[in-house]
Design a binder for this molecule. Sequence first.
Ligand code: HEM
Length: 299
Amino acid sequence: MKKRWIVLLSTLLSMSSLYAISVSQFDSPLYGTAMLNAIPNYHAFGEVFTLLQREWFWKGFLIALFLVPVAGGIHYLLIGPKVFSHHGKKVFAFSVLMRVMHNLAALSFLVIVPTGFVMAFGDFFGGGMFVRICKNLHGLATPVFAITVLPMIIAWIRDMFPNNDDVKWMMIVGGYLSKEKKPVPAGKFNAGQKAWFWIAMPGGIVMIITGALMFFLNKDLSPVATMLGMSQIDLLRLSAIVHNILGMVVATFFMVHVYMAAIAIKGAIHSMITGYKEEEEVAILHSSWYKKLKEEGKV
Ligand code: HEM
């Protein structure tokens, strides 16, 4: 008897849900198109954000995650690192203050970048506590990075503007596709290092601002939103779009920077601690700077 009631009830339920679908009950003021339209300004940044978040961000981060290790691995196997004498004279390059700032930036990035990837693949990690801890670490490491931005900009910006050497450097990809040790046209910083500076510094400021806007999303951000002529929800969507896209670029360049400093040029990383670079390394990889230092009698 009981079984019969259950069968009857479930048949009635499935029939009514079929009926509901057939008369578009799910496209009501609560569900479907109507629900999307009811989201404030959905058709401004909401639609594009939803599409990017669902389809593209994770793919972009996945490419960023594999691109550098794979390209670096191929470069290391086919060409190998550049090795310079560490027994010759040294050239002074970075002051104590700059080394402290640079090391703080490096430490903060070693937290910011991996935790950023965890958030980008939050679904894969099952959301929850682990992703939330990473989000908080990401937020905590950011002020440490923020402290370093202005001093690094002030100290390095005058050597970071493009010049003729950069065009020549790019034509030969900085000499990194060859095993030869031929002098490469570059001043104190080469075109690749300049590109990293412009991405990491002004780009870093944009990352800090968009990140802060998202981190404090439950606070009243309407003064900022009104100043920019948009609603708070659109400000958050725009921040998320910019932060994700720029984040992919910053993370990719950061991995390249670490590969160059720690692997592709043997021992280059020492300058981060001592402030000195090897004379042979400067003569080959920064030939224009070396020429200038020679003329000034500094080497
Ligand atoms: C583990 C992390 C890092 C390592 C091992 C590292 C290493 C180095 C080294 C060895 C240099 C000197 C390169 C040369 O002149 O030959 C350098 C320069 C520089 N670093 Fe880093 N760095 C790290 C993180 C960062 C971070 C997080 C930033 C900024 C967000 C940064 C920004 C720069 C800039 C702008 C320069 C000058 C241009 C250049 O050489 O690329 N570095 N880094």
